[in-house]
Design a protein around this ligand. Sequence first.
Ligand SMILES: [Zn+2]
Length: 220
Amino acid sequence: MSKVHIKADDFRFNNAKKWLPFLDACAEEDVPVAVGVIARNLIEKGISGSVRNRLNMANVEVWNHGDRHWREEDSAEFLGPSVEDQVKAIKACQKACRKVIGVRPKWFGAPFNLYDANTIDALKKFPGISGTYDIPWHPDIKSLPSYLNITCDVPDTDRKFGLDRAMKLSRPFIRRRHPFIVQIHPGNHWEDDCIDRFRTYVKWMKASGYEFVFADKLMP
Ligand SMILES: [Zn+2]
């Protein structure tokens, strides 16, 4: 069976509730999903018990998506800042996930997939992080290159889930039976119809011979 991975980005304290229908759909479809958490204000504001419970279900893995998710013209949270500042950002998210959700993320991914040499030095301080999205820095660390990503939220519709787009971008991988990553942002602008389309996509992928897996099971 070929493998596909769902990388769901940008869980924040102020969109936490919006993730509920998406997480429910993943549970009902029996699909593993990796939720990228942004730390900022998570400890101060907290999340509801129902969101916390969903994030602790067996089909959910939480990964470290930094502290503030900022980007400027030539720099970003993990592109430009010192090693020390990058360590702080990674640490802030590890701490927030531990305190608020009760989990210790094992994967890290930089906002906008932008990183530099300092990110690699920063990651060396986190032996608990055993996998990265697109940062191949050590043979013992699993890494998934960003060329495997397909972005299924349609830019000109406020980044809602696009079924046609998802199918179109999936087909070249399916034809080669190649593993790939479905990158989505369900906490941002998704509405109920996005959840329906997402469920249709999941069923279509399964019918196409694909199994949904966590990040560390995607590549042999
Ligand atoms: Zn992001």
